[in-house]
Structures are given as C-alpha cells and as structure tokens.
Design a binder for this molecule. Structure first.
Ligand code: SAH
Length: 217
C-alpha cells in the first residue's frame, strides 16, 4: 500500500493537535503549512508527523509538535511582532513563527547545528535572523521583544530575558516570555508577561519536558 503523502499526514497531525486542546486556528494553520519532514534526518521522515520529539544530532531534539503549538499559542503572535527564540535547534519552531508573520530572531549555542539550520531555513524560504551564542543573555541590541520563547529547560528565569520584554503602552500589551523551568526530568511551563516598567505577571501552566538549557556564563 502506498504511503499517505506528507500533506495528508500533516493534516492528520493538525486534527490530533486540535483534539489535544490546541484551539488557536492560526497556529494550526502554521502547523499545516510547515514541512516538518524537512527538519529531521531522512531516516526519521516517516515519523515526522507523529506527535513526538525526534533526535536531530548533538543530543538535541526537535520539540514535539504539541509543545511547539502550545508554546506558540501562549505567545499570541501578531503579524509584525518581533519574537526571540532561544534554542534554534532544527529551525522548526522558528519556521512556525515565520508563518505567523513574526520577525524572528533565534539564538543557538551549538555552532554546527546553527550552520546547518540556517542553510535549511534559507532554502525553505524562511527569513530568520539566527546567531550563535548563549541565549540566556538574550539579544540586547535587538530588544525589546513582543515575545521570547525558550525551547530548552532551565532551573531559573534569566533576568536579561525579562529586561528585554517590551513594556506595555496605550495600544499594546507587554511582551511575553514562555519558558520551561524546573529540574532535568520535569519542568513547568511559565508565561511571564511584562505589565509595566518594573512589573511582571507570572502564570504557571502545564508540566513539560525539554532538553537542558545550558548557560555558558
Ligand atoms: N526550537 C527547537 C528545539 C531545539 S532543542 C526546534 O524547533 O527544533 C533546544 C535547543 O536549545 C538545542 O539545540 C540546544 O543546543 C539549544 N540550547 C540549549 N541551551 C542554550 C542556550 N543557553 N543558548 C542557546 N541555545 C541553547
């Protein structure tokens, strides 16, 4: 029997994510648009549209589609938003943010992985400004951000990321930081919204599991 096309598998994945509680239709459309099989090794392509994390080399993973959809929903991305991603990895999350019309910046600490992913994003037509470095320091020269999404789990919320969230003004709410925080084997998803120059609102959301966020400093 012939394999269903990647297209059909991708739409089945969208249906599954909807069943699992992802309600933001724009996020689901982005999942339906991004060819996830291009972001994994050829040998793993048959599993690209299952709702699971997959290895991408260097002990790193492409996040589970549910997790990507969930973190993206929490960001509440609007076209034109400037979004910083920590942990470029495969580039899949960055591509999803591009589909939503965001201006995407991303930081990755593994240089070989970054180089590979930069080429892939470019080949697929996704414009992402990606650089090598320690994402826990943020990207001060390009701040403030409407949203920051951390795709690796750490023990504490890095202060530079809080400082680089945009403060609210008359037209727009403040920037949001989506970050998994906890131990190596279990984290909780936090959303921290800047509510003023020195004030933040912190929401503790669902349990999750990420590869470790490694700070160089
Ligand atoms: N967003 C990625 C998920 C990759 S896994 C995707 O869609 O595929 C998390 C990534 O974070 C790994 O590639 C890891 O190397 C990177 N990482 C871990 N600590 C980091 C840090 N301090 N700064 C930047 N990247 C980091």
């Amino acid at each position: 029997m012939a394999h269903p096309s990647y297209d059909r598998q991708r739409h089945a994945l969208v249906d599954l994510l909807r069943e699992k509680g992802i309600a933001d239709e724009r996020v689901l459309e982005a999942i339906a648009a991004v060819p996830r099989h291009e972001f994994v090794d050829e040998a793993l392509r048959h599993r690209a549209y299952k709702d699971e994390a997959l290895p991408i080399g260097l002990k790193q993973t492409i996040s589970q589609p549910f997790t990507v959809a969930y973190q993206t929903s929490l960001l509440e991305v609007q076209p034109g938003h400037r979004i910083l991603e920590i942990g470029t990895g495969s580039g899949y999350q960055a591509a999803i943010l591009c589909e939503l019309g965001a201006r995407v910046l991303s930081i990755e600490r593994h240089e070989p992985l970054l180089k590979r992913t930069r080429d892939l994003l470019k080949d697929l037509g996704y414009r992402v400004l990606a650089r090598h470095g320690d994402g826990t320091l943020g990207w001060p020269a390009s701040a403030p951000f409407d949203g920051i999404v951390v795709t690796a789990g750490g023990a504490v919320v890095p202060d530079p990321l809080l400082e680089q969230l945009r403060a609210p003004d008359a037209d727009r709410p403040g920037g949001r930081l989506i970050i998994p925080i906890g131990e190596a084997d279990k984290q909780i998803m936090l959303r921290i919204t800047r509510t003023g120059p020195d004030s933040f609102e912190r929401e503790e959301l669902m349990d999750c599991l990420f590869v470790p966020l490694i700070a160089d400093h």
